[in-house]
Each structure stands twice: as C-alpha cells, then as structure tokens.
Ligand binder design. Structure first.
Ligand code: CDP
Ligand code: CDP
Length: 223
C-alpha cells in the first residue's frame, strides 16, 4: 500500500494539505502530531516528571492513542476519550516538543503509526514521516512558510476555535518547538533527501493541494 509523507515546520499547513490530499486519493489521513499531543496531555494530567525514566515507562504502558476516522474531520482518542479539541490548547503545545524528544515515546508512536497504515493507503503528516516512519513513501513533501505567515495562520485558527492568543506568545511557541524538534537527537525534523520542498507562504490551501495532487498522481499512477 502507498504512503504519502508530509513533514515540515509547525503551523505551515501540513494537516490542511494532508487531509485534503487523502480525500482526493481515497486514502486515510493520520495526524501524527495529534498522537504526540495526546501523550503530552496524558503526562500533564498524570503529573509525569519528564526527567524520571521509570515514571515515563509506567505511564506509557497505560495509554493508548487511536482515531475515529471521518470525512468531516478525524477525532483523536486517548484511552477511548475524545481529546481532539483539548490537545490543541496552549498548555499542551508548550510541553509537546520536550515530550517528543523522549526515545521511548517516539518508539511507541512510530509503531502505532505503522500499524494504523497497515493495509490501506495513507497520507500522514508530522516531522519524521519521510525520514523515519515511512522511508519508502511514494511521495515525500517538505512544507514550509515564513514564520510571520505561520504565526498569522495559527492565530487565526485558534481564534476560530474561540481562543484569543497574543501574536508574541504564538511566535515564542513556534520558535521554541521548531528549535527543539530540529535539534533533538532522536528523529529530528529534517528534510528527507528525496523530499520535495514547497514554500506555501503565498499559496492558498487550494493551490497547495493542486500542486501536491499533481505530484501524487504522477508518482502513484505515472500520469
Ligand atoms: O500543528 P503543529 O504543526 O503546530 O504541530 P503538530 O503537528 O501537532 O505536532 C506537535 C509536536 O509533536 C511537534 O512540535 C513535535 O514536537 C511533535 N511531533 C514529532 O515529534 N513527530 C511527529 N511526527 C509529529 C509531531
Ligand atoms: O498542520 P500544521 O500545523 O502544519 O498547519 P494546519 O493546521 O494545516 O494549518 C494552520 C492554518 O493555516 C489553518 O487554519 C489553515 O487553514 C491555514 N492555511 C492557510 O491559510 N494557507 C495554507 N496554504 C495552508 C494552511
């Protein structure tokens, strides 16, 4: 079965692209970032000390991340509880990158990501999808945009969900996450050598989809 990997910096439009591309191709869409966010929420709720290896291992065994896949939008489940909206809040965003540096967390998530993609075509977005999770993906896109555009987009998105967050707070969170994600030793955010880079700073969601759908059809069906 084919996999399409979409990696890149935070808030540049990866999920928007991956969701739309999956719909076009009749594939499932998996948001791997939602999985790291769900683990982070579990750790926050259970007051897990990120420097205590034993606590991390004990708690990792107690959590399961799954999805309700739906055309209208996937829902992320943490031990069966719908946490889709909760994991987008700023307290989770503030802690997710440190949690995602923990090798045991990554090992469990990567295993789960591969399981979810068994027997079906998948478009998955994240940071290490083309480099680690699916190194043989049929198409790898590395998406990026200027930091100003990314902050604007995230601010508008949060506002639509009823959260008014300062530009500076979002900017700080994006810089911090990009830095931690790119410099961690286990599976850092990086462009796979065979990934195609797209800067979507001046592209609408429709335009980025049109470009990537053409690339996907070419790779998958040789048209
Ligand atoms: O939506 P946004 O781009 O802001 O982030 P996300 O895709 O929801 O991912 C949240 C965080 O999870 C990232 O900042 C990374 O720290 C981590 N992550 C990761 O380490 N590996 C992935 N494949 C996906 C996300
Ligand atoms: O998944 P990631 O964090 O990379 O970004 P996203 O959640 O897909 O997109 C963040 C926001 O940017 C959403 O509200 C998208 O509608 C918007 N967006 C945009 O305005 N133009 C694009 N070319 C892509 C996304």
């Amino acid at each position: 079965m084919f996999q399409i990997a979409i990696d890149g910096h935070s808030s540049c439009g990866k999920s928007t692209l991956a969701r739309a591309l999956a719909r076009e191709l009749g594939y499932i869409y998996i948001d791997s970032g939602a999985m790291y966010r769900a683990v982070t929420l579990f750790f926050l709720e259970n007051r897990v000390d990120l420097y205590d290896q034993q606590q991390i291992m004990d708690n990792l065994h107690k959590l399961e991340v799954s999805f309700v896949l739906a055309e209208a939008g996937n829902r992320t489940l943490l031990n069966g509880r719908d946490v889709e909206d909760r994991i987008r809040e700023m307290d989770v965003a503030a802690k997710v990158s440190p949690v995602a540096t923990i090798p045991e967390v990554r090992r469990k998530m990567v295993k789960r990501q591969r399981e979810l993609a068994q027997n079906q075509g998948v478009v998955m977005d994240g940071r290490d999808i083309g480099s680690v999770v699916f190194p043989k993906a049929a198409l790898k896109i590395f998406l990026t945009a200027t930091v100003d555009r990314r902050v604007e987009r995230r601010q508008r998105q949060l506002l639509e969900q009823g959260h008014v967050i300062d530009y500076e707070d979002i900017l700080h969170n994006l810089y911090e996450r990009d830095y931690i994600d790119s410099t961690r030793s286990d599976s850092p955010l990086m462009k796979a050598p065979d990934a195609i880079v797209i800067d979507n700073s001046n592209l609408s969601p429709e335009e980025q989809l049109a470009i990537c759908a053409l690339l996907a059809r070419h790779r998958l069906f040789h048209v």
